[in-house]
Write a protein that binds this ligand. Sequence first.
Ligand code: UD1
Ligand code: CA
Length: 448
Amino acid sequence: MSKRKLLCVILAAGKGTRMKSKLPKVLHPVAGIPMLGHVMRAARDLGPDQIVVVVGPGQEDVATYAAPHDTVLQAQQLGTGHAVRSALVGRDLTGTDVLVLFGDVPLVPMVDLSHLCDQHARAKSNVTIMAMIPDNPTGYGRLITTAKGEVTAIVEELDCTPPQRDIRLCWSGVMMFRSEGLNDQLARIENKNAKSEYYLTDMVTIAGADGGTCTYVVAGDAQDFQGVNDRSQLALVENRLQHKLRQLVMKNGATLIDPTTVYLSGDTQIGQDVVVEPNVFIGPEVIIENGVIIHANCYLEGVTLRTGAEIGPYVRIRPGTDVGQEAVIANFVEVKKSTFAAHAKVSQFCCVVDADIGAYANLGAGTIISNWDGVNKYRSHIDDFAFVGGNSTLVSPVKIGNSAFVTAGSVITEDVKPDEMAFGRARQVNKPTSDKAQLYSKKQKKKG
Ligand code: UD1
Ligand code: CA
């Protein structure tokens, strides 16, 4: 028997009215990655033959985000059944299984999807449903089942009778179909319901009327299938994913001193023996190698922290940054698009933007790299072993050579060659004290 093909259809065309947002619902991020990105990754992990994303009119940004996967336009958002029909109409589906995922159900675990696919193949059902038993079933379609474990209908909450509303077994938004007869059945969905929409859930009764079977599996944990229709559900999903991400990094050997105060992104990579103190926000594209220490209250995006680096407390790092092995960035420092070679050291209250700092180089407290002249931005280079004294301003573009020394309080506008010492400040002059100063000290002494 030849292997059946798998086509994944991701529904992302809905208006997302309840989000009250200009941003299409499926582009709202969860752990720094748009919901649709999470769903596409789950689909890809199944290794299907094709993934198709259904987008709505005016949602070019959704289509752009979905690339390189194919997109289909659902010209009018007439319901989930209509959306699947838009994706499949006119397609040759011979020997294909169709898995439908919702762009607003972002956390679907692989283990449940595999379970669904296995059940679909084993039972040879026409429709296989991923069911769940949520603590709060509000808003979900309820499954009407037989004693034999078959599903005879899914009833949307608005269309439920009071006893049906008490049913706890709900549809999660994931459903799988055998393609034989599918397009014909999708065309028979009607919109005679409370919302006058073409519901995908009607496929259960339509397939049943044709003599097909409909079976289900129950999700391991309904929280993984939380749908997002509004901002409070978005927060529930964020919370769930953060919990999972934290558990994973701790399992892999990192210490989070107070896990619930550390926010991670879906793509965060954290090595072993990393210590993260409380109140740390880790945005997208952050890689943290082994042995890194992140002190409290740091905000990181787009940075690689190499083995043994130490940062914080109160450090903000913006994208395009690379912090070398055992480099140190002390408290109250802001960094943007800069590189630090191994053992570089940045002291308190520095601003390091668009700069390359060499190995063992030292920026004293309060060093400012001034990268912008109001029109253009420039880069500066501080070479290995260079020393910049505290409260200096390096006006980019400048080069500070290997082992050069910049005296404290300098404003540096010209390159400093290797081993040179630069004084970018007025010399100190000491004069006999003034009458005023004497008067002042006399007064103070009296008080003392
Ligand atoms: C839907 C289900 C409900 C299920 C729940 C799971 C239906 C009729 N209801 O309800 O049984 O328990 O999800 O979370 O299917 N979409 C389109 N085109 C449309 C309409 C929707 O692509 O015309 C997409 C949306 O972008 C969304 C998904 O389909 O990703 C679900 O639509 P939504 O309106 O959120 O359905 P729910 O009311 O949550
Ligand atoms: Ca939904």
